[in-house]
Design a protein around this ligand. Structure first.
Ligand code: C3B
Length: 834
């Protein structure tokens, strides 16, 4: 009832507004107060970290007032809330983006200035929470930003990993992993909610019993329980009052042990129990590694999903809504299969704990969930060994069996006598060791299933979910990914943002499709000059940073040709590398060769257990070592491996790119999102018809996109008919020479064995058709060089790319999720007192 009390409402609104008073003096005063009251430091001895914390708390205070107001509104109006369930949220540094979204940047800059502090230096101190591997985790973060900015009630649910994705060092050209201690200085961006906690069961057994009403019930007698505690991160919308929450679960031991009656033995056992429980949310798993035996990973998935669903059920209770209305109050999106055990867990909670019938529970479950698939790569499709799951989650396996039985009955009714379909669609893979197919569980338990780019959604229906698409055609749809223009234009490319304001007015800031009008000015000489000036400055900044980190001097006039993303064979960084080697050979052979001076920049992490990817990093480093100091080429060719690519480094890299490398084997990259970040910032793309590249090319126009390579269909056909990499080698001398130079130890300080595994793989199997696409790629790169020579043409193409990037805003994507999947609507949060 407190939320209906007008005096309370007035008080809270006035707190919100007061802390908001757009006065630099108030802001400055608040920073100093936080410095003293939170850091216990006077200004004269405060460290930069103290100042950073004081500033961050000052910003946070302004968000918390909005957050409280948002939560109050959601509860009051019984609105439907979008819940994004994801094992990863790669949110990046928070201070800059919160300042931007609150519109406080100038105020903060001036306040810090008069306190003798440089805002940019403080922003640089922030350690980013690396709670994700790459695209999938970053997408989740962009979606939270858009949800808040579009004023849509939403909660992100995930795991508060103590150690996120490892930090990458490059030592002697090799990747070396360092543990990510993002919490070592504390983080000002989380609110701990000890009162919001749930218990999650593991192991044990189940038994049946009859309750007082004579109903047959199942009880899960767990072997142990873990407690999940909520850690909330506020998510501020852009220039609106909506502030949503990212709720991350940290695992804890259930009871701190009882001091009254323990003996020494029990004591240590109790401590051990505590250690084991706290291990659950300890570390993020790097992807691209075999899942086998990763018990802890399954435990993590179940842990956060169970906490999230229990939390949603609690919110129903708090707002006095009967559980039958669950699907009217929540839409839950499964970000890949990582949270897909949620389908069985919601069934368990509804049946075992809320006593709903199977039919009612199933109807709620299917209407609540929707599933996004992010990959077709067979090695990334999650399956869990049935015995493992049975020992860890016995009750959930029973429920999965029941779901499966009912589902397969349905299949048999639809396709009588077709046992092939039944075996293919079963939730259990019965070939060899039995496994639970998580993509099937997610598909069966959801009312909508989507891929992340048009091509990917089509392939999904034709390949891994083919039988399901045939049976439930209306369940499938596409939602092409998007990225947030707040972080990836306004925050990281302020020069471009100002130029866009000057050219178009400010409407593009809340409606990115307005960038379209820029195309009308693509040939305008004044705009082109200003455009180039912005780009020059961004490139100079990146060049300076590269100089500091790697010692490599990069002239900013060179074309910056950039490939940053996780290192993977399917993304084909080695195709890029082979082209560099052949270019290097041509330049050496013919010093007068007229090619555009280029700096090739790479960045990205390899999974610690993925040897081939690590070897690719070593190859790139080896090429850099040779090329950068060769007097014959050093003015025309530079190669850089930028270490530790993460969100923060992305801020400086994307705006400095002339050329964006999106060269995956067609059919393998589900969407890509880096491709969109580059495009928004005015880079041209060289790419295959893969993932969202297809749509990027459609938007930009074929003339403004460098296309090469086989199509997904051609790739599939070639692999069907028996691909022979040797065939392409025989036909291409440059390719032979490039591979030969690697084999001779030229890029490994004479070591002829180092790159053997990589060469053998390319020559004998080449699973991602690097050799087959090489010639076309090299020819396309030649066209890039020619286009670069014509400054005006290049500027025109660059402007058009930015102009046509509006479709790749995550705002567009989120609107599609809301309309086509979630059925959620915006709720305006008004801070003025009622
Ligand atoms: C990635 C895909 O590889 C990208 O093509 C896609 O753009 C993003 O997801 C977002 O949809 N992905 C990932 O980062 N991790 C996975 N386990 C699977 C897909």
């Amino acid at each position: 009832d407190m939320i209906n009390d007008t005096s309370v409402a007035q008080a809270s609104a006035s707190i919100a507004l007061a802390s908001d008073a757009a006065s630099e003096a108030v802001f400055e005063h608040d920073v100093v107060r936080n410095l003293i009251c939170r850091q216990a430091r006077y200004p004269d001895i405060a460290t930069p970290q103290d100042w950073y914390m004081a500033l961050a708390y000052t910003v946070r205070d302004r968000m918390l007032a909005r957050w409280a107001e948002s939560v109050k509104n959601y509860a009051l109006h019984h609105v439907k809330v979008a819940c994004y369930l994801s094992a990863e949220f790669l949110i990046g540094p928070q201070l800059g983006c919160n300042l931007l979204n609150l519109g406080l940047e100038e105020e903060a800059r001036e306040a810090m200035d008069s306190l003798g502090q440089d805002l940019d230096a403080l922003l640089a101190i922030e350690e980013e929470p690396g709670l994700g591997n790459g695209g999938l985790g970053r997408l989740a973060a962009c979606y939270l930003d858009s949800l808040a900015s579009l004023e849509i009630p939403a909660i992100g649910y995930g795991i508060r990993y103590e150690f996120g994705i490892f930090d990458q060092d490059i030592v002697d050209g090799w990747q070396v992993e360092r543990t990510d201690k993002w919490l070592k200085m504390g983080t000002p961006w989380e609110i701990i909610r000890p009162d919001i906690h749930y218990y999650v069961s593991f192991g044990g057994y189940t038994r049946m019993w009859n309750d007082e009403q004579g109903r047959l019930r199942v009880e899960w007698v767990p072997g142990r329980q873990v407690k999940g505690v909520a850690y909330d991160v506020p998510v501020q919308g852009y220039r609106v009052n909506t502030c949503n929450v990212l709720r991350l679960w940290k695992s804890e031991a259930v009871e701190s042990f009882d001091f009254d009656d323990f003996n020494a033995g029990d004591y240590y056992e109790a401590v051990e129990e505590k250690v084991v429980s706290e291990t659950l949310s300890k570390v993020l798993y790097p992807n691209d590694e075999p899942e086998s035996g990763k018990r802890l990973r399954l435990a993590q998935q179940y842990f956060f999903v169970s906490c999230a669903l229990q939390d949603m059920l609690r919110l129903m209770e708090v707002s006095h809504t009967p559980v039958e209305r669950f699907a009217d109050r929540f839409a839950a999106q499964l970000n890949d299969t990582h949270p897909s055990i949620a389908v069985a867990e919601l069934m368990r909670l509804l049946i075992d704990e809320r006593l709903l019938s199977w039919e009612d529970a199933w109807s709620i479950t299917q209407r609540t969930f929707a599933y996004t698939n992010h990959t077709l790569l067979p090695e990334a499709l999650e399956t869990w060994s049935l015995p493992l799951m049975q020992s860890m989650l016995p009750r959930l396996v029973e429920i999965i069996f029941e779901i499966n039985q009912r589902f397969l009955d349905e299949v048999r009714r639809a396709l009588p006598g077709d046992e092939g379909s039944v075996a293919r669609m079963s939730l259990i893979d019965e070939q060899g060791d039995k496994k639970v197919r998580m993509a099937h569980l997610a598909t069966v338990g959801s009312h909508k299933v989507n891929g992340v780019a048009a091509l990917h959604s089509d392939l999904l229906k034709q390949t891994i979910l083919r039988d399901f698409a045939a049976m439930f055609p209306s369940r499938f749809l596409n939602v092409t990914n998007g990225v947030t223009p707040r972080r990836f234009i306004m925050q990281s490319n302020p020069g471009l943002a100002r130029l866009l304001d000057d050219t178009l007015g400010e409407k593009w800031r809340t409606d990115l499709t307005r960038l379209d009008a820029l195309a009308d000015h693509a040939d305008d000489a004044t705009l082109q000059e200003a455009w180039r000036a912005v780009r020059r400055e961004n490139k100079a900044k990146l060049a300076a940073r590269i100089g500091n980190i790697t010692g490599i001097a990069v002239p900013p006039e060179m074309m910056f040709d950039i490939q940053v993303k996780r290192i993977h064979e399917y993304k084909r960084q080695h195709l890029n590398a082979l082209h560099i080697i052949s270019l290097y050979q041509r330049l050496r052979r013919d010093p007068t060769l007229d090619v555009a001076p280029r700096c090739f920049i790479f960045g990205g992490k390899a999974a610690p257990g993925y040897d081939m990817a690590k070897l690719m990093i070593r190859l790139i480093s080896g090429i850099a070592e040779v090329v950068n100091q060769d007097p014959a080429t050093r003015d025309r060719l530079k190669v850089v491996f930028y270490p530790d690519f993460n969100v923060k480094n992305g801020h400086i890299i994307y705006p400095a790119a002339d050329l964006s490398e999106q060269i995956s084997t067609a059919g393998k990259e589900a969407s890509g999102t880096g491709n969109m970040k580059f495009m928004m910032n005015g880079a041209l793309t060289i790419g295959t018809l893969d993932g969202a590249n297809v749509e990027i090319r459609e938007q930009a126009g074929a003339d403004n996109f460098f296309l090469f390579g086989m199509t997904a269909q051609q790739v599939a056909a070639l692999q069907q008919s028996g691909y022979r990499p040797g065939h392409y080698l025989e036909a291409n001398e440059a390719l032979r020479e490039a591979l030969d130079e690697i084999a001779q130890g030229r890029f490994s300080r004479g070591d002829k064995a180092m790159f053997r595994p990589l060469l053998d793989n390319l020559l004998n199997a080449d699973p991602f058709l690097v050799l087959a696409d090489f010639a076309d790629y090299a020819a396309c790169q030649q066209r890039v060089s020619e286009a670069w020579r014509d400054e005006k043409r290049w500027a025109r193409m660059s402007i058009i790319n930015t102009a046509r990037s509006g479709a790749f805003s995550s705002d567009r994507a989120i609107k599609e999720y809301c309309e086509n999947i979630w059925q959620t609507r915006a709720v305006k949060i008004d801070l003025a007192a009622p």
